[in-house]
Design a protein around this ligand. Structure first.
Ligand SMILES: *Cc1c(COP(=O)(O)O)cnc(C)c1O
Length: 240
């Protein structure tokens, strides 16, 4: 074997092992939160990861991937095995045209303006695009996402836009020092999720609460996450 083949073999087996560990932990947290493992969907976040490794994860059973950048995803897509994909990174309005129809959901909708652009491009393509509203739950200036205080009003506006369908919420809480602090943000998100779901707004299908990454997916599930987005714990440290 060449050196590259040896390194790849190691990396492939690491990915397989990591996926098994994560699946077990997800199942455990789901049960601990009073749900079943099937109630929590697992997404492998594939930013910066080369198609051969993503394909290995898909062969190991991954059925949902998340990418942050339009260009990066479209570049890799022709080399990927069939797999559902969501956009999870900040989206500029001038990139909307390229991504509509290429992913099954856009999780990172952080303004009515962006939603309107997605809707316009979706209607032109004859489709409805499923979206999540990204909420800036920690009120951090450095992060995108709808401001907490404007959330309910903005969600009601998003619900009314034809061409998109609001399916739930996504959040990236601040980096926390401990589990209790992280859980307080997740719990805040769950309360908003339940509120908006109970409103049964027309034209919505509120079913997804997307929160939890490598460092905190266990806590996120304990607080009611229905979709966790895990990158580095699957593929190893990202090299940019
Ligand atoms: C990169 C990223 C993740 C995954 O982060 P890890 O810490 O590597 O698990 C999840 N969600 C979003 C929006 C991301 O950009």
């Amino acid at each position: 074997m060449t050196e590259k083949q040896l390194i790849d073999a190691q990396r492939f087996s690491d990915i397989e092992y990591n996926l098994a560990v994560i699946r077990d932990r997800i199942a455990e947290a789901a049960v601990q939160s009073g749900r079943t493992p099937e109630d929590v969907r697992f997404m492998a976040v594939t930013k910066t990861v080369a198609p051969e490794y993503i394909n290995h994860a898909i062969r190991c059973g991954v059925d949902l991937i998340g990418e942050n950048k339009v260009q990066e995803y479209l570049g890799k897509k022709p080399e990927l095995l069939p797999c559902e994909a969501h956009l999870i990174g900040h989206l500029q309005t001038n990139k909307v045209r390229q991504i509509v129809g290429e992913v099954s959901m856009i999780q990172s909708v952080d303004s009515v303006r962006l939603a309107n652009e997605i809707a316009k491009r979706s209607l032109a393509a004859g489709i409805t695009t499923e979206i999540l509203a990204e909420i800036n739950v920690g009120g951090e200036e450095s992060k995108s996402g709808i401001e907490w205080d404007a959330a309910e009003e903005t969600l009601a506006e998003l619900a009314q836009i034809e061409g998109i369908k609001l399916c739930g919420l996504m959040a990236i809480p601040p980096v926390c020092e401990n589990s209790a602090q992280a859980r307080s943000f997740f719990s805040k998100m769950r309360r908003l999720f339940v509120d908006i779901r109970n409103k049964k707004l027309d034209n919505t299908d509120i079913r997804i609460l997307s929160m939890g990454m490598s460092s905190d997916y266990y806590d996120a599930i304990l607080e009611g996450s229905t979709l966790v987005r895990v990158g580095s714990s699957v593929f190893g440290k990202r090299i940019y």
